[in-house]
Write a protein that binds this ligand. Structure first.
Ligand code: ATP
Length: 267
């Protein structure tokens, strides 16, 4: 596993993301083209937001889309989990925030992704006390240094926007709020198709029908990824069993069929 805060260009592409087209459109305009064609943005007569908050239920693609944005822009990606910044000695959290933004500036263009950002921002004066207060103030200072933040895009993710300190949601900070919903039946189909990209699915498998099944109602993208994994495992089990009986070797590609999805749906 990569060290926390390590920067690199992620290998997630837009094609790996199912649905969420309006988010793709937003990020294309706000980040990707800004990095790739900065000349288009000269003299447009307005300040474009550089801070975003993705919110919505768990497992619906917040991390995935942040990575795809960085990949598409050819930008570095720094992944930091909110609670890990907090688990420091008193005073060290502020230093960690400063160091993080310094590193992001050094490797700009860069997407700085704060997962579970709500952990840092429990409304001031309530729980958490002054450690969070000081950390939050340092974060606000860094976020407001817009001049020095050129080429650094900040994306936060949370399942609980309601506990976010309102100060963080102002323009220039995590100023643009973007909802990442539970997928609709049609979106589930798009997610299954995206997940199928690197797998060998038999042409008789009807992913459109599977995605729209009642059994898939309320499944998140992460649940659908799990379903796909179970189908792969079912195909693998079948193959291993047949190798045992026929003394064959495992040579050709693993093909996933409808029967394997049927097994997966019972899990
Ligand atoms: P959390 O709030 O739990 O951190 P998240 O919204 O950041 O969740 P991700 O980590 O992006 O969710 O998604 C987890 C996994 O689920 C992804 O790695 C991917 O396999 C799958 N997944 C989720 N949403 C999608 C999607 N829209 N398209 C394709 N795969 C998805």
């Amino acid at each position: 596993a990569r060290r926390e805060g390590f920067s690199s260009i992620p290998n997630v592409k837009w094609e790996d993301v199912g649905g969420l087209d309006s988010l793709r459109h937003d990020f294309n305009r706000y980040i990707v083209m800004r990095v790739k064609k900065p000349q288009y943005y000269e003299g447009i007569g307005m300040n474009l937001e550089s801070g975003f908050l993705l919110f919505g239920p768990p497992g619906c693609g917040k991390t995935l889309i942040a990575k795809a944005v960085a990949n598409e822009a050819g930008a570095n990606f720094i992944h930091i989990k909110g609670p890990e910044l907090l688990n420091k000695y008193v005073g060290e959290s502020e230093l960690a925030v400063r160091t993080l933004f310094n590193r992001a500036r050094t490797c700009a263009p860069c997407v700085l992704f704060f997962d579970e950002v709500d952990a840092l921002t429990t409304k001031r004066g309530k729980e958490g006390g002054w450690v969070i207060e000081r950390l939050l103030n340092q974060l606000l200072i860094e976020l407001d240094g817009a001049e020095q933040r050129r080429g650094v895009f900040v994306i936060g993710a949370t399942n609980r926007p309601d506990v976010m300190d309102p100060a963080l949601l102002r323009p220039g900070r995590f100023g643009k709020l973007l909802y990442v919903p539970l997928p609709s039946p049609d979106d589930r189909v798009l997610i299954l198709k995206a997940l199928a990209r690197n797998k060998h699915i038999d042409s008789s498998v009807d992913l459109s029908a599977i995605g729209r099944m009642d059994a898939c109602e309320n499944l998140s993208g992460a649940d659908l990824a799990e379903l796909m994994n179970e189908a792969v495992m079912a195909a693998l089990d079948e193959k291993l069993a047949s190798i045992e009986t026929t003394c064959d070797t495992l040579t050709d590609t693993l093909t996933i069929r409808t029967s394997h999805f049927e097994v997966a749906l019972t899990k």
